[in-house]
Design a protein around this ligand. Sequence first.
Ligand SMILES: [Zn+2]
Ligand SMILES: [Zn+2]
Length: 206
Amino acid sequence: MTILRSRVAAALVGAASWTAAEYGLHRFAMHEMRGRGLPSVEHLKHHADVTYFSPTSKKIASAAATTAVTFPVVLVVAGRRWATAFTVGLITMYFGYEVAHRRTHTHPPRNRYGRWARRNHMHHHFGAPMRNFGVTTLVWDRLWGTYDEPGAVTIPRRMAPAWLLDDTGEIRAEFADDYIAKGVRRSDASQVERDRADAFDNVAPV
Ligand SMILES: [Zn+2]
Ligand SMILES: [Zn+2]
């Protein structure tokens, strides 16, 4: 039972470690790098066009790369059993994050946490791209002083999630306290250019 408990503990530590990695990678490898390196390019493309998500193959490759780096280190520090459980926790939480992130863009919230997660992440996209780097938790933003309490988030209609707007392009009644829509839904070529430049400058889209 002690082994079981310690394996469960290792998996939980692994999952918690992912949330720190989520913050660190998002902030430093993606935003601070301003388009230098594949992770940064892929992520800032997602900021320029919020319907763009890296293909699954790249995500599996990055999970494999993460495992290749962390597993040997944890193995030396804590032994094989602990390292295996830690890695399972880490990678499980990573894929959980991928699903959670995508759902903030594609599906309406179903509970208080989901409501916070969407406002938090929409504020990151449309209010202040250099704030609120955590997607699944605010812990690391609080710790590093990058957390904004998301107020009513203003979103350009051309970038608004489908779940947020009704057929006339207005904010659905149930989200009226949380979001404000601005601009038009259609995007032309010059707008696409501007959105890309803003994304790579870490500036909120106008
Ligand atoms: Zn996003
Ligand atoms: Zn981002």
